[in-house]
Design a binder for this molecule. Structure first.
Ligand code: ADP
Ligand code: ASP
Ligand code: MG
Length: 416
């Protein structure tokens, strides 16, 4: 018999009525002849509220207590979903992450899955239960509750699909699939029928929060195909899978935007070994996540090093960097918040030239200033003023013909 893993996000289980709709879909899937494992997120807004409450009672809540607290959001939604299935005459049982056999390392708040022992799930499935697993959580070897990072129910679903050797993994959400750009930002963004793991990974890492990037990374590593689709409509969504040769025909698959970025520039730095290490080891020791790093070409033996971080970490970064700036003999530290990162992503960039030039021309024509540029094989990322961000995403979307995904997208020259 087919085994299907279905994940429902926060909006999809956002109130009693939606939970009942999810319950109906679970029963219907079982009636169609499948064994069903559901993974649910906390009801919309619950995790954010719990985080707020924690900070209201403590200036620095411990990661252990936060994990115990945050896991309750998914406990509630999984129990409610099982109750709703049972009330409709179905047969369901809810399990916490630990009961579902999800073993993690002991890194509170961003634990990694170490192993899954799905024995209990298999037993319950053989007894015809719909098994509803609380997403986003697991248990360390010491028996501590851990969570898998924000958006982590995606990872629970993908990892369970892998461990159970599921025939299908469906990620139900509040949009119809993965779009060429966030449909809330660009109204004529198009739903993609398919996307390569690498493209979705780059998009997720560049601010498209439709999937958690660690979940996509896991899917890619173990070759777990999944579909992102709507929990509100019965339409097919976007299949994320290993790339196929024809996927390279589309140069730009999507545009992502990440807001609330800050740029820091250490200027007048001597061009010698060990300087970059001094700056970035200090930043890393404070657990501040650095994104883009750009070093300018040296003039008269001195250079500038710029990098970006999340705007909320700017004050901390400034405090820890000030002493380093004088220690390494740099002339000063300049900082700017209110930045955004715009990224264009597509595996077609490997075999087509001229994408960067076309992107820069498009933004230049519209008076949008580019402050930093970084590239990978399948991505071009730019730092721009946050006030220009939405317009830049819309212009880029039009420039690369993403609304139609046909002629304009292939107007760049194939290489070779
Ligand atoms: P869930 O609660 O179901 O996990 P999320 O809020 O985490 O849902 O992710 C879905 C949201 O992702 C959508 O509502 C949409 O605004 C946003 N999003 C960002 N980029 C994209 C994209 N390229 N395609 C689809 N949705 C996107
Ligand atoms: N509830 C968690 C969050 O809001 C996990 C998830 O929704 O996937 O991040
Ligand atoms: Mg999500």
């Amino acid at each position: 018999m087919r085994l299907v893993v279905q994940k429902y996000g926060g909006t999809s289980v956002g109130d009693a009525e939606r939970i009942q709709k999810v319950a109906e879909r679970l029963i219907e899937t079982q009636r169609e002849g499948a064994r069903v494992v559901a993974v649910v997120s906390a009801m919309a807004g619950v995790t954010d509220n719990l985080v707020k409450l924690a900070h209201a009672v403590s200036p620095s809540p411990s990661a252990r207590e936060l994990d115990l607290l945050l896991a309750t959001g998914e406990h509630a939604s999984s129990a409610l979903t099982a109750m709703a299935v049972n009330a409709l005459g179905g047969k369901a049982i809810s399990l916490t992450g630990a009961e579902a056999g999800i073993l993690t390392d002991d890194t509170h708040l961003k634990a990694r899955i170490a192993n899954i022992s799905p024995r209990q799930i298999h037993e319950l499935l053989s007894d015809d239960y719909i098994v509803v697993v609380a997403g986003f959580q697991g248990q360390s070897a010491e028996g501590e509750t851990t969570t898998l990072g924000r958006g982590g129910s995606d990872l629970t679903a993908i990892a369970l699909a892998g461990a159970l050797n599921a025939d299908a993994c469906q990620i139900f959400t509040d949009v119809d699939g993965v779009f060429t750009c966030d449909p809330r930002l660009v109204t004529d963004a198009q739903k993609l029928d398919e996307i390569a793991y690498d493209e979705l990974l780059e998009m997720a890492g560049a601010g498209s929060k439709v999937m958690q990037s660690r979940a996509v990374e896991f899917a890619k590593k173990f070759g777990i195909e999944f579909e992102v689709r709507s929990s509100l409509k019965s339409v097919s969504g976007t299949v994320a899978k290993e790339e196929t040769p024809s996927m390279e025909d589309v140069v730009v698959r999507g545009v992502s935007l990440e807001r609330r970025q800050a740029k820091l520039t250490v200027s007048g730095v001597r061009d010698q070994p060990g300087i970059a290490a001094a700056i970035f080891s200090t930043v890393a020791a404070s657990h501040i996540v650095v994104d883009m790093i750009v070093q300018s070409a040296p003039t008269d033996g001195v250079t500038d090093i710029s990098f970006t971080i999340h705007q909320d970490e700017l004050e901390d970064a400034r405090k820890i960097l000030m002493p380093i700036v004088s220690q390494i003999g740099a002339s000063h530290l300049r900082t700017a918040s209110g930045m955004a990162k715009l990224s264009v992503v597509g595996i077609g960039m490997r075999s087509h030239s001229g994408v960067a030039a076309r992107l820069f021309e498009c933004l230049g024509r519209s008076g949008i200033n580019i402050q930093l540029i970084s590239t990978s094989e399948i991505k071009i990322a730019l730092v721009i003023d946050e006030n220009d961000a939405e317009r830049a995403a819309q212009l880029t979307h039009v420039e690369f013909g993403l609304a139609s995904l046909a002629p304009a997208a292939s107007a760049t020259r194939p290489l070779g």
